[in-house]
Structure formats: C-alpha cells, structure tokens
Design a protein. Structure first.
Length: 170
C-alpha cells in the first residue's frame, strides 16, 4: 500500500504462547460450535493488550504472509493436539473464520479503524493430549501495541510497537 508518497510494507507478527488451562477454563469447557463471547474481561474473550494471561511484552516473530502461514501450519499439524479453539468471526455466508488476529490498534483513517475494539482479538488455541494449551497470536505490523478504551491506537505501532522485542521469523 502507499501512504504519504512512500511505500509502506505491511508484514505479520506472530507469537506462540503457553497459557494456563485454568486461565481459559470457561472457554475450554464449551461444547463444540460457535459461541458469542461478550467483549469484556470475564467472558473468555481475548485482548492481546489487556489480558493478564499474556506475557509483557509479547515476543513477536516477524515475516511475510507466507512465513506466517508456514509457522501456523507447523503449529496446527502437531499430532498431540486434541482440540482447536478459533477466536474470530464467522463469515456472513458459508463456512470459515476471519479476523482471527489482533483487532485493535489500526490507524485512524487507515481503512480498518472501524474494526478497532477491545476484548475482541482473534487467535488459534490448541489443547494437547497432556492438557496443555498453546496459543498462536498474530497481528499486522501496523497495529499499535497500546490502545485506548475503544481500541484506537495510542502509539503508531509500526514494527509491532513492543519495545523492539520482535524476533526475525526466518
């Protein structure tokens, strides 16, 4: 995309995080199928910035869509996985999930700011045979790592915005 006369390269950031099954017990106990979670801290909804279950700062890896997809494919093909939990939104028609990534911190006027909000981030969680739970979090590089109470950026984001803690995903 072009902005202010210069090329901006948008890339993905992702992180694999071990989470305590106790922290997501209400979600892990849900029956299979879609479940609307309220956009708040007690429903089981996710917020990369506000959820105390996620480390600070999140250690992001970076790369293009192809590299991010390869990391996700490797993650979901683990033979010890017993169940998947996809945080996101169902498509309006047909099957599938979208917005399974951070959904806040997009620049005002940048085209996705109408989707900013808190306690509505997406992710892929897996539960393994040993009972452990691992989350795949991901976001776009231009989404800020600090947001206000409406999910609008406080900082400019760029390169993940997390203290320069991103790691090369290559």
């Amino acid at each position: 995309m072009y902005c202010a006369g210069r090329l901006q390269i948008d890339f993905r950031l992702w992180s694999f995080i071990d989470v305590s099954p106790n922290d997501f017990a209400s979600v892990l106990q849900l029956d299979d199928g879609w479940h609307q979670l309220a956009d708040n801290s007690t429903s089981g909804a996710l917020d990369y910035i506000r959820s105390p279950q996620f480390p600070r700062p999140i250690q992001w890896q970076s790369g293009d869509d192809k590299t991010s997809l390869a990391a996700l494919q490797s993650f979901v093909t683990d033979s010890t996985i017993t169940k998947f939990y996809i945080y996101g939104e169902p498509f309006g028609t047909g099957y599938g999930v979208h917005n399974a990534h951070q959904n806040q911190g997009s620049a005002i006027g940048g085209g996705h700011d109408h989707e900013n909000g808190i306690w509505q981030d997406g992710a892929v969680f897996v539960q393994k045979q040993d009972g452990s739970v691992v989350a795949y979090l991901n976001k776009f590089s231009n989404e800020a790592s600090e947001t206000d109470d409406q999910g609008n950026p406080i900082t400019t984001g760029g390169n993940g915005g997390d203290d320069g803690q991103e790691q090369d995903g290559n």
